[in-house]
Design a protein around this ligand. Structure first.
Ligand code: ZN
Length: 444
């Protein structure tokens, strides 16, 4: 055992001796290896369905372990669904951890529609193209690279940091976040979560202002099936009881939503920005309840007969409700507007509504500071997102979850998720690693 005399300690204290500060990371090297890492990650086709994420999880495990961070895999489903958990010890182990959440799976591709190989990770004009670049392998690599950089520098974060890479996010988290919560919650229990969600932008949220939105809440996902019944008949002789016509009339009324009360988080966004939100489909969707008509199914025979009036006609509606809106009331109001006994409205999934997370936390302030260090002109604000993420499942368990995408995006980039144009601006991807690093070295 090494012994240090009290005298030596006193001298060190007098001289103000302290451990040498960690050297500034070699960002050029980190930037280069992050791009290479993301390319290799994109090339793993972890498409959901079937959501076989074993190869992607092993890839992440290998990277973390190369950097001295032990990782554990959790095989969860029948098609190779695999989740990963890794933990870095923090200075204060009495506090619950910060969870860095990302998903390993990606949505399918229509290969013919892609300009580049969707799994080629082609780089062109400073952008990397490929399925998962935005949603969300890019953010996943930013999180892991920042944590690995911290680890290499020998810096312990303020509290434990846990990486959770999930399968099945694109399938409602069945063998991913839900399975982990149901089977291994102790391994991922945390005070805070950083997940995909908010983002920085000079155009989407407000015109000509750099706004960094940190997602504190999301809309509720409510899927409905609307079914009209009628009388089957010969197409040559029109009848009033045509199920298709009944359905079309009902859908017109179903989709005529009354105006919703503005949500407090949106009101706060507008106050922080100091101007109305920019006008586009994204900001429109976070200010009201919405309905999208997504499928229409009718007809008899395969291929369907043009000369047969079917007895049943069906549609599905993807409804997104503001937090706090009562879903059963929303449905009964819709039925009242339709007001036709031949038409039924049935709920396909019950929505979750844990409500938004508070933005009055040390972690939110650490994120604000980290963003302002890289973008001194930014307005940082809590925000609502129009789509669902894994965060709501964790908010329901009492965790404080934020959607944090520390990149400046325009609508064509942010809107490229799930499309045949998915791409990430490389300079922003790299800046995001620094912002994550500054969050993780901050006080939270
Ligand atoms: Zn995603």
């Amino acid at each position: 055992m090494k012994r240090v005399s009290l005298f030596a300690l006193a001298v060190m204290a007098l001289l103000g001796a302290s451990p040498a500060p960690a050297a500034e990371p070699d960002w050029d090297q980190i930037d280069k290896s992050a791009v290479d890492l993301l390319q290799r990650y994109i090339r793993i086709e972890s498409i959901d369905p079937p959501a076989n994420t074993a190869e992607a999880a092993n890839f992440v495990k290998h990277f973390l372990e190369e950097n001295g961070i032990a990782a554990k895999l959790y095989a969860s489903g029948p098609s190779g669904q695999t989740n990963l958990v890794a933990r870095v010890a923090g200075r204060d182990r009495s506090k619950k951890p910060l969870l860095l959440l990302n998903h390993l799976d990606v949505v399918p591709v229509d290969r013919k529609a892609w300009k580049f190989d969707p799994f080629g990770a082609v780089i062109k004009n400073g952008e990397m193209w490929g399925r998962g670049t935005m949603d969300m392998k890019g953010i996943g690599i930013e999180q892991m690279m920042a944590l690995a950089t911290l680890k290499r520098a020998g810096i312990a974060p303020a509290r434990d940091v846990v990486i959770l890479s999930t399968a099945d996010e694109e399938n409602n988290g069945t063998y991913g976040i839900r399975w982990m919560i149901d089977n291994h919650f102790a391994d991922i229990d945390a005070e805070y979560v950083l997940d995909e969600g908010g983002f920085g932008t000079r155009s989407i949220l407000a015109a000509d202002k750099l706004v960094f939105g940190i997602e504190v809440g999301e809309k509720q996902t409510l899927w409905l099936r609307v079914r009209a019944k009628g009388t089957a008949a010969h197409g040559s002789q029109p009848i009033p009881d045509n199920a298709n016509v009944t359905l079309l009339t009902a859908l017109g009324k179903a989709m005529a939503l009354p105006r919703a009360e503005p949500h407090p988080v949106v009101a706060e966004m507008i106050r922080n920005i100091g101007a109305p939100l920019a006008a586009n489909k994204y900001t429109a969707a976070i200010q009201v309840n919405t309905v999208s008509l997504t499928t229409l199914t009718a007809g008899v025979g395969s291929p369907v007969k043009v000369n047969v009036i079917p007895s049943v006609s069906e549609a599905t509606l993807d409804c997104r409700l503001l937090p706090g809106v009562n879903a059963p009331e929303f449905i009964s109001d819709m039925k009242a507007r339709i007001n036709d006994p031949r038409v039924s409205v049935e709920m396909i999934n019950p929505p979750e509504d844990p409500g938004p997370s508070s933005s009055r936390t040390p972690l939110f302030e650490a994120m604000r500071r980290a963003i302002l260090k890289s973008h001194p002109d930014a307005i940082v604000t809590p925000m609502l997102v129009p789509h669902g993420t894994d965060s709501n499942k964790l908010r329901a368990k009492g965790l404080i979850a934020y959607g944090f995408t520390p990149m400046v995006l325009d609508l064509s980039t942010a809107g490229s998720m799930h499309s045949d144009q998915e791409h990430i601006p490389i300079a922003e991807f790299q800046k995001g690693i620094r912002i994550f690093y500054d969050v993780l070295t901050g006080d939270f």
